[in-house]
Design a protein. Structure first.
Length: 83
């Protein structure tokens, strides 16, 4: 649902991958990732943006949209006022 919303909002500007860990085949393919999550003390659901943890233990769509927007905008630019 969140992935669908992000795709509607940003279109081809993003790529969303969802891994349903309730599926045994997905869980088996993701065992190294799950071990890493456990060692870092992260909780599910875990949301990564550009490989960096953005949320863990919950999903807040408005915060996630803000993270994605910042990533798409790039680094902030400094505004200099003229005299």
């Amino acid at each position: 649902m969140a992935g669908e919303y992000l795709l509607r909002r940003y279109g081809n500007g993003i790529h969303v991958t969802y891994h349903d860990l309730k599926d045994p085949a997905v869980r088996a393919r993701s065992s190294a990732f799950l071990t890493d999550l456990s060692q870092q003390g992260w909780a599910l659901p875990t949301v990564l943006v550009d490989g960096e943890m953005a949320q863990q233990g919950y999903l807040d769509l408005s915060s996630l949209v803000a993270v994605v927007a910042r990533k798409l905008e790039g680094p902030p630019t400094k505004c200099v006022k003229g005299r």
